[in-house]
Design a protein. Structure first.
Length: 141
């Protein structure tokens, strides 16, 4: 049981990493944009939903979970098919907590970076205003 709890928090790291990378990172931007376009323009509902899968980290995490469950054979609370169902939902839930935390961290880092750039621009602007009268004085003399 103790080992199950460890795997319950380790496997979702892979799920979250794969899901986030495919649905958000620059390396998959072109395929994701294609999928987004197809999810809006395909004729059938099934086609639209299939392509939407690659643009939503929550949706995509379910499919990554199924693959990792197949590879790891991880089961919770039961040794039959019910163990797969329970572990599947638990893994998805924890993976999405990880992705939410990651999104918050990235958002805070972005806010800090923007604030820093804004403050640097203000400081440069103030320095330019202070040096301008001195330059004018030099020109007059």
């Amino acid at each position: 049981m103790d080992t199950d709890i460890k795997w319950l928090f380790i496997i979702p790291l892979g799920i979250a990493c794969i899901s986030w990378t495919v649905t958000h990172e620059e390396v998959f931007r072109e395929p994701r944009e294609y999928c987004l376009k197809q999810s809006q323009q395909c004729r059938t509902l099934l086609q639209r939903k299939f392509f939407y899968l690659f643009t939503c980290e929550y949706c995509f995490s379910h499919y990554v979970t199924v693959v990792l469950l197949f590879l790891t054979q991880f089961k919770l609370m039961a040794d039959d098919w019910r163990g797969y169902i329970i572990s599947g939902f638990a893994l998805v839930w924890i993976a999405n907590i990880y992705m939410s935390l990651f999104a918050l961290i990235r958002q805070n880092v972005k806010i800090i970076r923007i604030r820093s750039q804004f403050e640097e621009e203000i400081l440069e602007e103030n320095d330019n205003k202070k040096s301008a009268p001195a330059q004018q004085q030099d020109i007059i003399n």
